[in-house]
Ligand binder design. Structure first.
Ligand code: AMP
Ligand code: TRP
Length: 345
């Protein structure tokens, strides 16, 4: 059998998404959304609020509706332009679920058993985890490959899921002897890749941390940002002159990293400027930078959240455009698998 070339493989298509499962925070902004906005210059971009992924663990229905709008508002306020890029929520485009089922039949149990995120999330209660949580990575592969996306910006923690996406694409192409899917490239940026909790420099800033003081939410007022940075955990030493001096000082490392990410400077450059300064003074500078940078974003989020109809309209338009891109790919997939009859006997 000859390997039939795919009908069309886009060259520069980005896909990414985040779960609407709680507060969007500074880590999401610096580690994800800001990069998504920047990628719009060079790529055709599709950004998704992955509500079907969110329900792999229990979500209160009314909260889910609000959080989905809030996630979309956070993308837009961070610079994702819904006219230039496609912005929608996953459940509105049925192709994701359909392709995820087909990928459930391509991926092997052994592959999914190796996924560390499932092990972390399910913990000791594996038997009580939803089946959805187990096959979560197959749905993620479907999100990306429904659009034949070529590049996927994610944080370090998603690398393993993208390797699985590559394995699924490869196995599908091999099994059906047809180059239907591209082998995606992860885009993992270094700056802002790991923003840590303001209360504990060894833990990631996270929407699931019970302490609200541990994170700067994208819905926080300027006052609350000031308070949280003032109260952020530090140590009594002044800032060192170089990055090596931050070893063993996770809280200092984190605040210098946040300052650098917000001002687009390397940690070395920040320490050249502020080395020798005590935290009382450095925090004042950080407060000024953080409030100046984040106020337009939090302001825009608040404006958008005041008008849910506008967000819903943006998501509907996005879903329509996404579905139009997915349709021919799904036709090709159904035909390839033999779910519709174009094969000749
Ligand atoms: P999540 O909030 O886990 O759904 O992640 C959404 C996106 O934000 C992913 O691309 C994550 O890698 C990124 N992200 C989440 N938390 C952080 C953090 N503390 N630092 C940097 N990036 C993060
Ligand atoms: N699993 C990703 C996270 O938790 C979210 C996600 C779902 C995603 N589908 C995706 C990211 C497709 C990139 C591409 O961050």
């Amino acid at each position: 059998m000859t390997n039939i070339k795919s009908r069309s493989l886009p060259k520069n298509r980005v896909f990414s998404g985040a779960q609407p499962s709680g507060n969007m925070h500074l880590g999401n902004y610096l580690g994800a959304f800001r990069n998504w906005a920047r990628l719009q210059q060079d790529f055709e971009c599709i950004y998704c609020v992955v509500d079907l992924h969110a329900i792999t663990v229990w979500q209160d229905p009314a909260d889910l509706v609000r959080q989905t709008r809030e996630a979309a508002a956070a993308y837009i306020a961070s610079g994702v332009d819904p006219k230039r890029s496609i912005l929608f929520n996953q459940s509105r485009v049925a192709a994701h679920s359909e392709l995820a089922w087909i990928f459930n039949c391509v991926a092997r149990m052994g592959w999914l058993n190796r996924m560390t995120q499932f092990k972390d999330k399910a913990g000791k209660h594996r038997e009580r985890a939803s089946v959805g949580l187990y096959v979560y990575p197959d749905l993620m592969a479907a999100d990306i490959l429904t659009y034949k996306a070529t590049h996927v910006p994610v944080g370090e923690d998603q690398k393993q899921h993208l390797e699985l996406t590559r394995d699924i694409a490869q196995k599908f192409n091999n099994d059906y002897d047809r180059e239907v899917f591209p082998i995606v490239e992860p885009l993992i940026s270094k700056e802002g890749a790991r923003i840590m909790s303001l209360r504990d420099g060894s833990k990631k800033m996270s929407k699931s941390d019970p302490s609200d003081a541990s994170r700067i939410n994208l819905t926080d007022t300027a006052d609350s940002i000031v308070q949280k940075i003032r109260k952020a955990k530090t140590d009594p030493e002044p800032l060192p002159e170089d990055v090596a001096g931050l070893d063993g000082r996770p809280e200092a490392h984190n605040l210098v990293g946040i300052y650098g990410a917000l001002t687009d400077k390397s940690m070395e450059a920040v320490l050249k400027e502020h080395g020798g300064t005590g935290f009382a003074e450095f925090k004042k500078t950080l407060v000024d930078v953080a409030v100046a940078h984040l106020s337009p974003i939090t302001g825009e989020m608040a404006r958008l959240m005041d008008d849910p109809a506008e967000i819903d309209q943006i998501l509907s338009d996005g879903a329509e455009r996404a579905a139009a891109l997915a349709a021919p790919v799904m036709e090709e997939v159904r035909e390839t698998v033999g779910l519709i009859g174009r094969h000749t006997y």
